[in-house]
Design a protein around this ligand. Structure first.
Ligand code: ADP
Length: 532
């Protein structure tokens, strides 16, 4: 039943993720819609502006006809009739009306008027009709006779849509100048061919340009969005793979785009590498720890068994077993402490980011402390090349711990010559410290492995000396965590030189770090990791 619901949930998730996969479609449609709406709005504005402008030109030319006719016919006092309308119009007009050319006659008093009228009504788009009060046509310019429609007021203008395009009708009342009475009506019909042509072309261009623009922008949007979404898809694919199998080595391929996404991919890969290394370390750690703890536990167990069987009553065995067990327990305590140190050394960048330590002072203190603990050893300090105020970016407890590990090893693995030299110097880029001993030395093969956890050149002998094979691993982890380096130079049978170096810290940066630390110190006091 549970399996079923889990399966259903999984299915639900799948369908959800396939629905989510439409990010490209969503983005592209939003972009296309925005562009389409903008273009439509823009087109409507342009279309109506041009239409208004062109229409007012058409109105003006139609009005001119009305005004001219009105001027010629308003002197007629009575009812309009063909007999009084035609003579009122000029001979030229008559000629034009009859299909002849217009002739400018110097003798004709109406020349100015008539030419005006002729030029207006010779426009092939304009049809004119004059009606009398009984709705009878008394004049028409011979093309088609525009029909009369009752209207109120002096003038009425009407734009009518016909299958061939928009047409403009103007109806105007004729009033006699003399009697002030309505004598008839003028009707002008304007077919507006140029207007219709212009608007038709404009519409066609606008639709064409809009379609091309929408298609083009959609394509561009698609390319851009796909370019962004594909790496995101890749990142999410890798995340899913790693989520399904934490040991997966899947990583995001190089994106070669030099932008935020590449940065994200690189950080993501780094994060996965780090996570992987934590997992590996943890695994290794658990296996190492269980392996290392097995021996002391077995030793204590062996002694306890022995005591149980026959040692209780034998004070010699009792004494020996208790001593051996205490020794093993002590070793175990030491081992656990070292393991904790190693684990903590991995979090330095989080816990101790701004610590600064004076190298000379610390070297003096550590060497004199060690000399006190090991009076049989000659521990020399040579720091003539190191300026007194040399500082490096490290928590002093950690530098102390590293030095103790190295000096301790020099002492542990010494032979006849009980001498340890500690020297330090500074170059342009780094501050280095060298711990030299004249003991048993390390073969070239072993030099490569001594920094590994739990590695001991001679397991049995090292155990005798109380070593767990963790000292150098801790030292290396600490040094590299502070962006330093550790190396060994050794000749078997002659001795070893361990060199640690850290980047030089400029006085300015040191000051800044101290300020940050002083600010932080007000609130919390960090605990150091010191080798016991
Ligand atoms: P341990 O706690 O066992 O000394 P380390 O990690 O410090 O562990 O050292 C690892 C191994 O490297 C040691 O077991 C020892 O064999 C070898 N080693 C370290 N330092 C020296 C040294 N100064 N001279 C010779 N061998 C050394």
């Amino acid at each position: 039943m549970k399996m079923m619901t889990a399966h259903k949930k999984e299915k639900k998730k799948e369908t959800k993720s396939s629905k989510r996969a439409s990010l490209i479609v969503r983005w592209v449609s939003v972009v296309s819609l925005t562009i389409a709406v903008s273009f439509i709005l823009f087109s409507v504005i342009i279309y109506s502006t041009v239409s208004q402008q062109a229409l007012s030109q058409q109105e003006a030319s139609s009005n001119r006809v009305i005004v001219t006719l009105d001027r010629q016919l308003s002197p007629i006092p009575d009812e309009l009739q063909i007999a009084n309308v035609i003579p009122a119009l000029s001979p030229s007009t008559r000629r034009v009306l009859n299909g002849g050319p217009s002739i400018k006659s110097e003798d004709d008093a109406n020349t100015a008027f008539s030419d005006d009228l002729i030029s207006s009504i010779s426009n092939p788009d304009i049809s004119v009709a004059v009606y009398n009060r009984h709705n009878e046509v008394v004049f028409s310019n011979g093309k088609l006779t525009p029909k009369f429609k009752r209207f109120s007021g002096e003038r009425k203008m009407q734009k009518v849509m016909t299958p061939t395009g928009a047409q403009l009708f103007i109806y105007s009342r004729l009033v006699s100048r003399k009697t002030n009475r309505t004598t008839g009506y003028i009707v002008v019909q304007n077919a507006m061919t140029s207007y219709n042509h212009l608007m038709h072309n404009l519409l066609r261009w606008m639709i064409g340009i809009s379609l091309v623009a929408i298609l083009l922008f959609t394509l561009i949007a698609y390319i851009i969005v796909r370019d962004v979404v594909n790496p995101i898809k890749e990142i999410s694919k890798v995340a899913r793979q790693v989520n399904d199998d934490p040991n997966s080595t899947a990583r995001i391929k190089e994106l070669h785009r030099n932008d935020e996404l590449e940065e994200l991919a690189t950080s993501f890969n780094k994060m996965l590498d780090r996570m992987q290394s934590y997992i590996d370390q943890q695994k290794q750690f658990v296996s190492d720890v269980s392996h290392e703890l097995r021996t002391p536990v077995a030793v204590i167990e062996g002694h306890l068994n022995m005591l149980e069987r026959w040692g209780k009553d034998d004070p010699e065995i009792l004494d020996e077993s208790i001593n051996a067990s205490v020794q093993e327990a002590d070793r175990m305590k030491h081992l656990i402490q070292e393991m904790l140190d190693l684990t903590r050394a991995e979090q330095i960048d989080v816990l101790y980011p701004n610590k600064v330590t004076n190298v000379t002072a610390l070297l003096r203190r550590v060497t004199s402390d060690m000399a006190m603990v090991h009076p049989d050893f000659n521990i020399q300090l040579e720091i003539d090349d190191l300026p007194e105020d040399t500082e490096i970016q490290i928590y002093q407890g950690h530098l102390e711990q590293i030095l103790v590990i190295l000096i301790d090893n020099g002492i542990k693995y010494s032979t006849d010559q009980k001498q340890i030299n500690v020297s330090a110097g500074v170059t342009q880029d780094d501050v280095h410290i060298i711990v030299q001993d004249f003991g048993e030395g390390i073969s070239e093969q072993d030099q490569k492995k001594i920094f590994n956890r739990f590695y001991r050149v001679d397991k049995a002998r090292t155990r005798e000396k109380g070593g767990n094979g963790l000292g150098l691993a801790i030292a290396q982890k600490l040094v590299t965590s502070y962006h330093g380096e550790i190396s060994v130079d050794s000749v078997l049978g002659q001795g070893s030189q361990f060199k640690i170096s850290f980047p030089v810290l400029s006085p300015d940066k040191a000051k800044k770090l101290k300020e940050i630390e002083a600010e932080k110190y007000k609130n919390d006091v960090p605990d150091g990791i010191l080798k016991p």
